[in-house]
Design a protein around this ligand. Structure first.
Ligand SMILES: [Zn+2]
Length: 392
């Protein structure tokens, strides 16, 4: 009896040890699989047919600025606050009036990219990974820019990435793939944009056109500004203007120009008369830095973002009629912060990935209508809210 019990106990211990070893091995190999309830997908309505009612809209803003911080997660935010005045004093991030988080995914899964996420924001519809401005079946979608133009808004795009990159493109163009640079650039040249500031990748291979023909194409709509953001006579607002810089020319506060300088110029132009405006502002730096797990680049980029953010929040505070929303499109890098030594004063950054991750990401709002962005939403619902807040 006792021997039997001993055998049973030994067997049990063996099973527990085996399961424990397997669990440890899976954790070490990163093989822990969590089943999700991600399917089937119920498609939300688009910005053209918004179902989410906000009730009376006494707080409707005149102007809207959408600031997309590509790849920024909550740990990126904690890092920026930790190295700035944010832990003890007021950080720029603390000036918002409403905070929330949103879940971004494409229709077919969990991890998203800038194209699908920006399309959800720009059109109020989730779409396929990599698709721009179109629905999952390739159908054309109405974007916030189209709605705003129809309502008499002036339109602007400012980015520290390529002007044809996924985030700006989702607002202005339609394409089966974010890689169709030529097709996207043609749509930018035919757009109603009054301001277009950003970089141009010039690899001259595959679908990416060469520098010269691209500049010629953009000049069919825009007067070109120089690197100090000045233009020739006749480039005063509301003349459509573009400032195009080489790849990686804009990144941190040493760049010429910097992101906050581009923002200040764009705001001066878009607010030069009584008409309302809609501006898309993007920083790609958190995403690019986090794909490389490059902490120095991330910190420099976050400083430029904070300075650009100060510009738009100051504008909104003085103007009193401008809604600013800062929204991330997905997290990149799986960034985590831990303590580097036993003084509990220094942080260490750990990266879990070199790609996008599936965590929820922040949204913050300031100005008239900000309160609607508090709490939890899907990215598409944020787009629907913005559509309803556009001035009638
Ligand atoms: Zn990315």
């Amino acid at each position: 009896m006792r021997a039997e019990r001993r055998r049973l106990r030994a067997g049990l211990v063996g099973v527990i040890l085996t399961l424990g070893t397997l669990w440890v091995l899976m954790r070490v190999a990163g093989l822990t699989v969590i089943r999700t309830s991600r399917d089937p997908v119920e498609l939300p309505p688009s910005v053209a047919s918004t179902a989410r009612s906000l009730g009376p809209m006494e707080d409707r803003p005149k102007n809207i600025i959408i600031f997309v911080t590509d790849g920024l997660g909550f740990a990126h935010l904690s890092l920026a606050r930790a190295v700035g005045p944010g832990i003890r004093g007021e950080a720029t991030w603390d000036r918002f009036q409403a905070y929330g988080w949103h879940q971004a995914h494409p229709v077919q899964g969990l991890l998203t990219d800038s194209a699908a996420s920006a399309t959800a924001l720009a059109t109020g519809r989730e779409t396929r990974y990599g698709a721009l401005g179109i629905g999952p079946d390739g159908e054309s979608l109405v974007s916030l820019f189209e709605l705003a133009h129809g309502k008499g808004h002036r339109l602007g795009v400012v980015t520290d990435s390529y002007v044809w990159d996924a985030t700006p493109a989702a607002f202005v163009a339609e394409s089966e793939s974010r890689e169709n640079a030529g097709h996207i650039l043609e749509q930018l040249a035919r757009s109603e944009l009054e301001v277009l500031f950003g970089e141009l990748e010039d690899v001259g291979e595959d679908e990416v056109p060469e520098w010269e023909p691209t500049i010629e194409l953009l000049q069919t709509r825009f007067v070109l500004l120089d690197e100090t953001l000045r233009g020739p006579p006749g480039s005063e607002p509301p003349t459509p203007v573009a400032a195009i810089f080489e790849e990686d020319a804009i990144g941190d506060l040493e760049s010429k120009p910097t992101l906050p300088e581009m923002v200040a110029e764009a705001l001066a132009r878009l607010s030069s008369d009584e008409r309302p405006f809609l501006m898309l502002l993007e920083s790609e730096e958190p995403d690019s830095a986090s794909h490389d797990n490059d902490l120095d680049r991330l910190l420099r980029g976050m400083k430029a973002i904070e300075a650009a953010l100060s510009e738009v929040l100051d504008f909104s505070r003085v103007d009193g009629q401008t809604l600013v929303i800062l929204v991330s499109d997905h997290e990149t890098g799986g960034l985590a912060l831990t303590i580097s030594d036993n003084t509990n004063r220094n942080l260490k950054a750990l990266w879990a990935s070199k790609d996008h991750t599936g965590t929820v990401v922040p949204v913050m709002a300031y100005g008239p209508g900000a309160e609607h962005f508090a709490g939890t939403h899907t990215t598409a619902q944020l787009g629907q809210l913005l559509a309803q807040l556009l001035a009638p």
